[in-house]
Design a binder for this molecule. Structure first.
Ligand code: SF4
Length: 326
């Protein structure tokens, strides 16, 4: 591993000044970044440790819940406010990684983690995300874990997070700090599709840092479910996952939120399927119709075409769980 400088930041301002310089990266839990450094995928000159910044709080606000970027995944998943008001997020977090990793990983770091495409981690293989213009090993390679939505000829990788799928479904906002102050963007606009620039995972500016995530209050707490289908029961990335949240009144769906993981370069929100559910009765038939709508535009590759069947089945099953049908 290349030698690097390590600096512990004590103020947000000092981080914003430091990340201006090329070769500088922020480290918090380090659960992905250190792996990337060991494998030679990234080789920063300087790491800014932000663990001592006051960004760990989880608080109720007038309009929702505010979660500091340094709150640990394990702490958020067990927090009473989250369990009571946003149980979908707690479920999604508990489905991710292992207890040890959740104890180190932060909310901001979870959002910034990179794809687990094996060609990205193998520095002897071509990968446009690691080395723009070098090609994509996965397009004609073993692409079982790869995307079926929003792909490009440059990259078919998926975003690996479970937490982000839950946050996308819950209309969360990302609070970003920069030299000009704070800005907020919709969670669904934070991560990017690969297009011609798969090296860019998200829309965070070079001189910016994530400071919090905010989730607006909603009526989904009673009828939420996160369903993750994976090769092992624990510590495995999603083949397909679904975050489902319903607002049900007397057996009729008033409002719905759906997002999928393991299928795209970003958490994949199912807006059209959500709309199709509004006003419908809770029934397997309505859920199957929504799943069919959700799959419009999906495209399989040699080894991942099974997701074209697995994904709608997972959507239907997640909705059945969320609604209480099972
Ligand atoms: Fe790299 Fe993306 Fe292709 Fe994987 S899918 S090899 S990350 S360019």
């Amino acid at each position: 591993m290349k030698q690097f400088q390590y600096v512990r930041a004590l103020t947000q301002q000092s981080v914003l000044e430091a990340i201006n310089k090329p070769g500088t990266k922020i480290i918090a839990g380090g659960t992905n970044l250190v792996d990337l450094m060991k494998r030679g995928v990234t080789a920063p000159d300087k790491l800014i440790d932000i663990n001592h910044l006051p960004l760990k709080n989880i608080t109720a606000t007038k309009t929702g819940v505010h979660i500091g970027a340094l709150a640990l995944n394990s702490v958020v998943s067990e927090n009473n406010l989250i369990i009571e008001k946003q149980p979908l997020l707690s479920m999604a977090l508990k489905a991710g990684a292992s207890p040890q990793l959740r104890n180190m990983a932060t909310v901001g770091g979870n959002m910034m983690q990179r794809t687990r495409c094996t060609y990205f981690y193998d520095v002897t293989m071509p990968c446009n995300k690691r080395e723009p213009g070098s090609g994509c090993g996965a397009l004609e390679g073993i692409n079982r874990m790869h995307a079926i939505f929003g792909t490009s000829t440059q990259c078919i990788a998926v975003h690996p997070s479970d937490m982000c799928v839950g946050l996308a479904a819950l209309d969360a906002k990302v609070v970003i700090a920069g030299h000009k102050g704070e800005r907020r963007i919709s969670f669904t606009d934070f991560h990017r599709l690969p297009g011609d620039h798969p090296e860019m995972d998200n829309n965070l500016g070079k001189n910016e840092m994530i400071v919090a995530v905010e989730i607006p209050d909603n009526n989904f707490a009673k009828n939420s479910y996160y369903l993750k289908v994976r090769d092992r029961q624990s510590y495995a990335f999603a083949l397909v996952s679904v975050a489902a949240a319903l607002d049900i009144d007397n057996g009729v769906i008033r409002n719905a939120r759906l997002a999928m993981g393991g299928v795209a370069h970003k958490p994949w929100r199912l807006f059209d399927a959500e709309k199709s559910l509004v006003g419908k009765s809770v029934s397997e038939e309505s859920f199957k119709q929504a799943a069919e709508i959700a799959m419009q535009g999906a495209k399989g590759y040699e080894y991942n075409s099974f997701k074209l069947k697995l994904a709608p089945a997972t959507i239907t099953e997640a909705l059945k769980h969320a609604s209480g049908l099972v």
